[in-house]
Design a protein around this ligand. Structure first.
Ligand SMILES: Nc1ncnc2c1ncn2[C@@H]1O[C@H](COP(=O)(O)OP(=O)(O)OP(=O)(O)O)[C@@H](O)[C@H]1O
Length: 208
């Protein structure tokens, strides 16, 4: 069977330092890949390569057997990438951010008020996001994971700034996504607190 996502012989050089080379990885529907490593090891750089946001110094990334460059539009539609930056519009409210994403990605109707309530943002939906706390802003950002229909999620340290309740809620959402054939790549500095039977881990060594 063709892998959902596959990287072959990836190399990445930043500021004359080889972050990684000849790196292979495979991800199938229903799998969760957790990438770990010290600060500066190259986790975010690897995620950006896998998301098609940068190109490797060597090697390639295939989605459903085809190089990303040959299917940029289809890949973008199949991917939900949430990087270090929140990606929210800080001058807009949480409700407006959700409405923006739904329009931009042509997502089906959802009860945004209900979703914000589930994410612990009830009563805060009409405040410009710049006035929310770091964890509240992160919750707004992650609301996309309840809206998107993309099968592949690539998430860079999504648990940052979240309290324990929100971390558990997000991992429950991971379970739902994996159970419906989705796949997730995530970087974290902590072990996942819930059990994921399909979990694979990749430790990126810091290379000098
Ligand atoms: N666009 C870039 N230009 C130059 N150097 C870069 C660029 N992106 C990353 N780097 C460098 O590559 C190295 C790896 O960065 P990266 O953000 O991938 O690490 P990380 O493992 O995600 O770290 P952290 O755990 O701190 O988030 C760092 O030394 C960084 O300075």
């Amino acid at each position: 069977m063709t892998d959902f996502l596959r990287a072959r012989g990836l190399s990445c050089i930043r500021q004359d330092r080889v972050l990684f080379q000849a790196l292979d990885l495979e991800l199938s529907p229903g799998q969760l890949l957790q990438i770990q490593g010290k600060n500066g090891a190259g986790k975010s750089s690897l995620l950006r390569l896998l998301a098609g946001l940068s190109t490797p110094d060597d090697g390639d990334v295939l989605f459903c057997g085809q190089p990303l460059a040959l299917q940029a539009e289809q890949y973008a539609a199949s991917l939900c990438y949430i990087g270090h930056q929140s990606g929210i519009h800080e001058h807009l409210t949480a409700m407006e951010n959700l409405a923006f994403w739904r329009a931009a990605y042509q997502l089906p109707f959802t009860d945004n008020m209900d979703l914000l309530g589930q994410l612990g943002l009830a009563g805060l939906e009409d405040i410009p996001c710049r006035m929310l706390s770091a964890g509240q802003q992160r919750r707004v950002s992650l609301a996309r994971l309840w809206l998107t229909q993309a099968p592949l999620w690539i998430l860079d340290e999504p648990f940052t700034a979240l309290d324990q309740h929100a971390i558990q809620r997000l991992q429950q959402r991971f379970h739902q996504h994996l159970a419906t054939g989705g796949a997730i790549i995530v970087t974290t500095h902590q072990a996942l607190s819930q059990d994921f039977p399909t979990l694979k881990t990749l430790e990126l060594a810091y290379r000098w």
